[in-house]
Design a protein around this ligand. Sequence first.
Ligand code: DSN
Length: 417
Amino acid sequence: MPWPRVGDDPVLEMIVREEIRQNSTLQLIASENFASPAVMAATGSVLTNKYSEGYPYKRYYGGNMVIDEIEDEARQRVCALFGADHANVQPHAGAIANMAVYQAVLEPGDTVLGMSLDHGGHLTHGSPVNFSGRQYRFVSYGVTASDERIDFEDMAAKAHAENPKLIVAGATAYPRLIDPVPLREIADEVGALLMFDAAHIAGLIAGGVHPNPVGFADIVTFTTHKTLRGPRGGCVLSSEQYGAAIDKAMFPGIQGGPLENAIGAKAIAFAEASTPEFRDYAASIIANSAALAKALAGHGFRLVSGGTDNHLLLIDLRTFDPDLTGKEAQAVLDAAGISLNKNTIPDDPRSPFVTSGIRVGTPAVSTQGMGPDEMTAIAELIARTLRGRDDASVVNAVRADVAELCSRFRPYPDLGV
Ligand code: DSN
């Protein structure tokens, strides 16, 4: 049978255009990365053809002898990587991983403590527009007004007042290290379970530059495609005590057939993340964030919390230009070949569709091998674009400089042109 090739289907040509975009523009979205060719080969492999509902050696379909080996290998590798007892590698996404945990340990209406979305949490940490906020009684904690770091005092007071069954830690737009020790202490004081959503920082933990919540949290969830640099997907780690309930919640509770192509790719990513090279990579993410923070502050941007300990920076644009919104900044930077996202800052006076901030991340540029000198250059490109945002010649000149920079650090030299 003749399979379609580039030229037969416009979508295949669109994929080539996306390869060119990724090779020639700057990817500063904090939750994105460049997966290795091995991870992408597994994602695009024949594993996509297989139905394997169930778990290794307990499937509802035949023909799973190889698939069982692959999924079991993924589970063993991720347990070894993070020192966990039990792993479920089937979640299609981080949101599904969190949903399965809630389904495993909560009843509808139970009280949960989670970080508020507009202080850096996640939709699944209790946003009223998300299933989490609709099915469970979430109470939010956030950051202090003074130093914009997690307000552990307020979290403890709320835990004592509300008696939550579960405390959810973790964030998507928080530039500081999250220490699992005070979280465990607060959970123990009120007899709550502790779930740590490590989606953003899983690679920093695997690379040894952030503390490992396994052993402190009862359950750890994460995505595999952010700092961990694997395929898109999720994972849940737990002690054996919660393993069976989480597995049952994932399948048959929520998902049907797992994406075994993604699971094969996860296994490869877990092996990649256990190498000394990955530890160097994780350290470079942190060093690059620090360099970018310093350079951006030098251009007049205010960094939420005054800096960064991780892979991202949250920038309050108002000191740079009080009229500049995150929405406008994202659009003009896109035109200049710099991809990032608008983001609310704590207690943002503007709506989440407009925002006063942008979020900037270093995982992808660090994968490309860029270092502190390139971070200084990127800060200058961002500042130049935003200062000259009304002048197309400025934006076009930056776009040319971005292309020149990226031509020296192409993530996929064999793809696109
Ligand atoms: N979309 C992810 C992020 O950008 O942080 C969260 O789900």
